[in-house]
Design a protein around this ligand. Structure first.
Ligand SMILES: NC(=O)c1ccc[n+]([C@@H]2O[C@H](COP(=O)([O-])OP(=O)(O)OC[C@H]3O[C@@H](n4cnc5c(N)ncnc54)[C@H](O)[C@@H]3O)[C@@H](O)[C@H]2O)c1
Ligand SMILES: N[C@@H](CCO)C(=O)O
Ligand code: NA
Length: 450
């Protein structure tokens, strides 16, 4: 570490890579609350440099500290903690490896990077016995990585169920309350600044899948990467799906689900998946609306815990980053180290075919004798047990009345069944002449009953 201050305490040197939405807030709070942070750490934080792309912009930071070359900061003698808030994978990956190999503690909010490369980052941190912190990478301000890594380190986590993407939760909440369709609501989310210019990572579930990978790895002491996570986005959810959910006292949420599965041979595996699912209105996650996030953790001894709050935005995300910076800086002052990554359990990742859940299947069928029996027979033939069936008559606009055959909409709620059995049932139903279309298949989560 570098020079001592007037009080004789050596400051903890900090380099911040990236000064965008989150980086700007981190530096602002770090400056405004410098005294309080110094008291909590036992030494002041000293900002040694900030990597930015555009050196000409006034950012309220001493221009001497700005550099367009992040590599020049990561191995500097007077830098102890490297805070990465640039985003992306290819640029930060070698920078953070370099920082860790030089013994710098790393704090990052970069879920995309962590969901692919935690292994090599953790290995680099181990090689110099330094820290790798990433609370902000999952559910922004909400403390969830810290509790899983530390507070629950003595328990056996069985399941993690979360709403971990604010953009999609905003869209689904708005669709549920206004009856608007997906495209209209996405446009509104963009207008309000919730959705990014390219919303693909959010609406197609990639962002949530990265977070699910990080959560599953920590919760089950195993290695799960983004590519291991089964993923479906929300773009096919329609106002009719919400109407049908309401009829069942349910809502629809994009869920990240990480759970331990018992395989047929008695061994255990991890399932990590992201998809929009029906959730009973009585479930604690059903009331999480707008851009908020929440994560429910179920563990053997603790039972069910719920973490709720702001999962995105400059200030909330900065809160998590600053918490990690304080912890990392304290460890530098005390020569301590945070709990590292533990993957001792090395559980394999289960395929989606091994997952079983309940399903809500909507289809349009010919409204004539024998059709209900035929549909029921297909479910039965594939070993899928039906829990409820609802039938409504489809009313056609007057202009189409002359050609229209009598048609019914059938809604079938199943008991728990395997993905494979359900997929086979749907394929068989689609081949039936009496079934004109399978309108939607949505899983039902958050119910304890079979
Ligand atoms: N914004 C949020 O709500 C939020 C929440 C949780 C996690 N995160 C994560 O935090 C990170 C930062 O997000 P953000 O919203 O602040 O992004 P941002 O795009 O607003 O900021 C990133 C900044 O990094 C700079 N940058 C990128 N590459 C650079 C390079 N090579 N050299 C110098 N500067 C470079 C960009 O110019 C930009 O100013 C991302 O990994 C993101 O996934 C963001
Ligand atoms: N795009 C993310 C930001 C937080 O990771 C979201 O909507 O939740
Ligand atoms: Na968090």
């Amino acid at each position: 570490m570098s020079d001592a201050t007037a009080s004789g305490v050596r400051p903890v040197g900090v380099a911040v890579l990236g000064m965008g939405t989150v980086g700007t807030e981190v530096i602002r709070y770090m400056t405004e609350n410098a005294e309080a942070l110094a008291a909590r750490i036992g030494a002041p934080l000293a900002l040694r440099g900030v990597a930015v792309r555009d050196l000409t912009r006034d950012r309220g930071v001493d221009p001497e500290l700005l550099t367009a070359d992040p590599a020049s900061l990561v191995s500097r003698e007077d830098v102890d903690v490297v805070v990465e808030l640039m985003g992306g994978i290819d640029v930060p990956r070698p920078l953070l490896l370099e920082a860790l190999r030089h013994g710098k503690a790393v704090v990052t909010a970069n879920k995309a990077l962590l969901a692919e490369y935690t292994d090599e980052l953790a290995e680099a941190a181990d090689s110099t016995r330094t820290d790798l912190y990433f609370e902000a990478a999952v559910a922004g301000a909400i403390p969830v990585i810290g509790p899983l890594r530390r507070s629950m380190a003595g328990d056996q986590v069985e399941r993690v169920l979360g709403i971990v993407n604010g953009t999609t939760n905003y869209i689904l909440s708005a669709m549920g309350s206004t009856g608007a369709d997906y495209a209209e609501t996405l446009a509104e989310a963009s207008r309000l600044g919730y959705a990014e210019a390219d919303p693909t990572a959010d609406v197609e579930g990639y962002d949530a899948a990265a977070k699910a990978a990080i959560l599953a790895s920590i919760a089950f002491h195993s290695r799960v990467t983004a590519g291991d996570v089964y993923r479906e986005g929300i773009s096919r959810i329609s106002p009719d799906d919400f109407a049908s959910a309401r009829d069942m006292d349910c809502t629809i949420k994009l869920l990240a689900i990480c759970e331990k599965l018992q395989r047929e041979d008695g061994t255990e595996a991890v399932s990590a998946r992201v998809y929009p699912a029906l959730l009973p209105n009585t479930h604690p996650l059903a009331t999480v609306n707008g851009a908020f996030n929440a994560v429910v953790v179920e563990a053997e001894a603790a039972g069910r815990l719920m973490f709720y709050g702001q999962g995105a935005g400059g200030s909330p995300t900065a809160s998590a980053v600053l918490g990690d910076m304080v912890a990392a800086a304290r460890n530098k002052v005390d020569s301590g180290r945070a709990p590292g990554e533990s993957t001792y359990a090395a559980l394999p990742v289960a395929s989606m075919d091994e997952v079983s859940t309940r399903y809500h299947v909507r289809m349009r069928v010919a409204d004539k004798p024998g059709v209900l029996a035929l549909v029921a027979a297909e479910f039965s033939r594939h070993g899928v047990s039906i829990a409820q069936v609802r039938q409504t008559e489809v009313e056609f606009p007057e202009s189409e009345m002359d050609d229209a055959e009598p048609t019914a909409e059938l809604t079938v709620l199943t008991h728990r069944a395997s993905e494979r059995a359900l997929a086979d049932t749907v394929a068989a139903l689609s081949d039936q002449d009496a079934v004109s279309v399978i309108t939607s298949v949505i899983r039902l989560e958050g119910v304890d009953t079979e």
